[in-house]
Each structure stands twice: as C-alpha cells, then as structure tokens.
Ligand binder design. Structure first.
Ligand SMILES: Nc1ncnc2c1ncn2[C@@H]1O[C@H](COP(=O)(O)OP(=O)(O)OP(=O)(O)O)[C@@H](O)[C@H]1O
Length: 519
C-alpha cells in the first residue's frame, strides 16, 4: 500500500466520524504524499485548508493513520499543487498481489517497504503492487507499469470529414482524442442484475449502433450505482470501432465554456465538441441554472443530434426533477430513452463482490462476501470500499480473511453510521446564517433580491434542507413564505457551487461550523 492508499483508507475511517459536509469540505481533494521514517505527509490545496486541518483535525488524523499503519505516526500537512484526480486512484485501494491473501511471514515492515519502494522503485517480495490495468486479458500476465493515472498516449490529430449541416471551423487546436476513459469501466466488468438491466441493455444498444437507436440516452440514479461505469463502457466500445469519443464531466464542460468565453475561443470550443461521434457527459444535473453552459450545451446537443451522433448523459435524477434546467433542454433529454439504475439487491451485491475479488485476484471466503454484502451497503462504491478495507486490514495485520476479521475491519463503519447526527432547527439555521453574514433576519425573509441578501438566503435554504428535518414547505414558511420550488432552486444552486467552487465549499463549512458551535 503506498502513501496515497494509506491516506485513502485513513480518511474513509474519518468519514464515518465526521459530518458529511465537513468531510467533503476539508478532506475531499487531500492526498497522501509520502510516508517515511514514521512521518506521514498529507497534501492539501490551500494554506487555509492546511491551517484548518492542523488545528481542528490533527488528533483524529493521527489516530486514523496510526490505525491503518499499525504504529503511531507523526503527521505533516503541506500545501501541494493539486494533481488531477482520477477515479482509478481513489476508488480502488489495491491491485492484486500475485499470491493469495496470506502474505509471507518475514515481510519487511511497511516503513521499510515504502522506503525500498521510494529508493529502488521496485516492490520487495510480498508487497502489494500498485494498481494495474485490470481486465480479463491481464489476468495471469506480468504486472504492467502503466496505470490510468498516467497520461494517455498522445494520438495524432483526428481528421474529421466535413459533416453536412456542421459549420466548418478552422481550429488551431484540433481535437486530439482526449476521451479520458477509465480502462476498468468496460461492459465485461459490469455485473448485470434486475436493478440495472434496462440501463445496461440501452447502453449496449447505444454503443453498438451509435446515434441510431436511443439518442440521447439519459442514465439516472443514486450515487455509486454504475452510471459512470456504463458511460465509459459505451465509450470503449465506440473507440474500438474507431469512432471519436469524448467523455466529459459537466463540471469540465462548464469550465471549458467559461474559459472559452473569457479568452474568446468559443469557435475552437465549438469545433472540438462538434466533431465527435459519441459525446458522454457525466452528472449533467450540474449544468442546470448555469445560463451560458446550458446555452452552449443546447447548441452542441442540436448539432450532434442532427448529425446522428450519439449522446449519452448521466444524472442523479430524471430530467423533470432537475428544476432549474431550461425546458428546451429537458424536453430534448426526454426525446431518447430514460433509463434508471437502482441499488442492487442482495444476490446482485454478492455477484458484484465476487467479480471484484476475481479482478483483484484476492480470494475472499464466501461467508465474508456475504457479510460485506449486508443491507447497509446499498451502493456499489460502498461495497467496493468495504471489500478494500477488509483486504487492507487483513494484509496489514498479516492474517487470513475471516468473518471475524471483516467485522473488526468494518466495525466503525457499521456502528457509527447508526448514529444520526444531531439535527438543527430552521430557526437556529436562520439565526446562524444571519449572524455569519451579518444581515438582519427580516431582510432574509423579505423580497429583496440583491446578491448580498439572495446568497445568504440560498445558503439558509441549503442548510435548512441538509441540517434540519423540516419539509420544503416549512423551510419556505421560515423564509418569508416562499414556495417549495424556490427552496429547491436555492438548494440546488448552493449544492452546485459547493461541488464546483472550493471557496464556497469552505464558506459553507465555516457557516455550518459556526452553527454547530453557536454561542
Ligand atoms: N453493476 C456493476 N458491476 C460492477 N461494478 C460496478 C457496478 N455498478 C457500479 N460498479 C462500480 O462501482 C463504482 C461506482 O460506480 P460509478 O462511479 O459508475 O457510479 P455512479 O452511479 O456514476 O456514481 P456517482 O453518481 O456518484 O458518480 C465503480 O468502481 C464501478 O465500477
């Protein structure tokens, strides 16, 4: 396990102990940089985050790392330049050891192994190798060095024949095939069950006959249920046919359009997006309410759709539930096929876990798989996390994997999730928000719409929805008689900002903290 993986395991433990918003704000985007001579170095992106983690979380961090490593550690937090995050680095802790789950008796200590790895670049015998590309063909093959972390190989620019109806734009930066697909997310590695049958079949059909059957294909459902996996699988199939595929998160799309507008490069932006055969957009709900992004996406959509190019998007909810989305976009999303993914039922969870252990080449006894597949684990990402944690625990303690060990490894997760966090009241949120932004309650409740009032009001809507048990109507009433769609809109706006803007993330965490430590 390298520093990054140790950190990932440690913060999973912290996640169970820290309120969700606080965790997302302060721990998302942090990285384990190194572990040497008993000192573990964590990288954060801003001096503010460094100071906050040092002051508020030093002990819990030290404790969690000590638990994972099995020895007391010193922790150092540094401001490090952010590296692009890829899922492959975060959602799998292990690559398979070449041998089954019991490691040799006289293994070097974790510190020695890290040191050896750092000095020689080689893995001492018995140590877990870094994540490799895992697919059926790589089973029993010598480990390859390349991971999805690596830069994709440069490709020659793609020559696109002129498409009727497409405005031909001369671009100084032609599209160079940056599809960014995760090699693990293939149809082969996707386990089909009742809960995702339709989404899987529709994705397969769209991949086999792009632009001809379900266009657009709109995949929606809760977190960690395989929407992104299916999106990438469509992309792989398209690429294997030699088609031009682009995968993009709506956040990236938004950033690109903002930069294009700022640097007057909208023509290049359009040229890039309109020369692809398969456009895959993840988390489309986040473009809602962003006027220029929606506008540009609308035109991109029309051009591609008119040219019979395939569009697949994912969202956490169906189009009609994305309230601030423009009607013309909503209706276009509904043109094609809407396919939902639901949480897998028990048998399906077992099958997914078995397939993951096979991919990891890590035999895990059936009763342990059954233990991990307990009902608390409704989403597949959590299932994977629990499996990784059990394997990590057994490996670090050099013991066989048994139900007893799995219980110990998952103990905190299962027990602490049962505690419901203390809820606030709408009045407490309102007072706290007003105190934080230094505005009067009556102004928040009024019809005033200038930003200095509108933003704190939306923050109040967001926190009331997240941190209280009040209904949308009750929140509306507390905020001067606003209706539930206004509250939903406010909530969505703040949520999107939190996701896209680090400054806002910190701001909301600070408001929340001030509420939790109110005078
Ligand atoms: N049916 C499945 N078979 C195999 N692996 C799956 C399946 N469903 C999900 N996974 C795995 O679960 C993890 C989470 O899936 P994914 O990222 O696609 O979820 P998502 O629905 O896009 O979640 P989010 O909305 O949070 O982005 C991935 O590692 C994915 O490979």
């Amino acid at each position: 396990m390298n520093a990054k993986q140790i950190w990932q395991t440690a913060i999973e433990r912290l996640q169970a102990k820290v309120p969700h918003n606080i965790f997302t704000t302060w721990f998302q985007g942090t990285t384990g940089l190194s572990f040497q001579d008993g000192v573990f170095t964590v990288g954060v992106s801003t001096p503010f985050a460094k100071s906050h983690l040092e002051h508020r979380f030093a002990d819990p961090i030290r404790f969690a790392l000590g638990e994972v490593i099995g020895n007391p550690v010193e922790v150092q937090i540094v401001v490090a330049k952010e590296r692009p995050q890829t899922e492959a680095t975060t959602d799998i802790l292990f690559s398979p050891p070449r041998r089954p789950h019991r490691l040799g008796k006289h293994r070097p200590s974790l510190v020695q192994r890290e040191k050896h790895l750092a000095e020689t670049g080689a893995n001492p015998k018995g140590f877990i190798l870094p994540l490799q590309r895992l697919n059926k063909d790589s089973v029993n093959q010598p480990a390859q060095e390349q991971t999805w972390d690596d830069e994709p190989p440069a490709r020659s620019p793609i020559q696109i024949p002129a498409t009727p109806g497409l405005k031909t734009v001369k671009s100084s930066t032609p599209y160079t095939g940056e599809s960014q697909l995760n090699p693990r997310y293939t149809f082969d590695a996707f386990i089909v069950g009742k809960s995702n049958q339709l989404a899987h079949a529709a994705s397969k059909a769209a991949a086999e006959k792009p632009g001809q059957i379900y266009n657009p294909l709109f995949l929606y459902g809760g977190v960690g249920l395989g929407k992104t996996h299916l999106l990438h699988a469509v992309g792989h199939e398209g690429e294997s046919k030699g088609l031009t595929v682009l995968y993009v998160t709506s956040e990236k799309f938004t950033n690109e359009i903002i930069n294009a507008i700022r640097y007057q490069k909208t023509e290049e932006f359009r040229a890039k997006y309109r020369q692809i055969d398969i456009l895959l957009v993840d988390d489309i709900q986040f473009i809602a309410g962003k006027e220029s992004t929606e506008e540009e996406f609308f035109h991109t959509f029309n051009t591609l759709h008119n040219a019979n190019k395939q569009i697949v998007v994912t969202s956490d909810r169906p189009p009609k539930a994305i309230h601030s989305l423009q009607d013309r976009l909503r209706s276009r999303f509904e043109w094609g096929l809407l396919a939902d993914v639901q949480p897998p039922e028990y048998e399906h969870r077992l099958a997914i876990l078995r397939s993951k252990t096979e991919l990891l080449h890590f035999p895990v006894p059936n009763e342990v798989i059954e233990y991990i597949a307990r009902p608390e684990r409704a989403n597949v990402r959590e299932l994977e996390g629990a499996l990784n944690r059990v394997i990590a625990y057994a490996t670090l303690h050099n013991v066989d994997i048994t139900t007893h060990i799995a219980e110990a490894a998952l103990e905190n997760l299962y027990t602490e999730r049962k505690h419901t966090p203390i809820k606030l009241t709408v009045e407490e949120v309102l007072e706290g928000v007003c105190r934080y932004y230094n505005v009067e309650i009556e102004r928040i409740r009024s019809k005033q719409r200038d930003r200095e009032i509108a933003w704190p009001r939306q923050v109040a809507m967001y926190l009331m929805r997240e941190e209280t048990t009040a209904s949308l109507q009750q929140i509306g009433a507390a905020l001067g008689g606003r209706d539930h769609t206004t509250i939903m809109h406010g909530w969505e706006k703040v949520q999107a900002e939190i996701k896209n803007n680090e400054r806002v993330r910190h701001e909301i965490a600070a408001v929340l903290e001030s509420l939790q430590h109110r005078p």
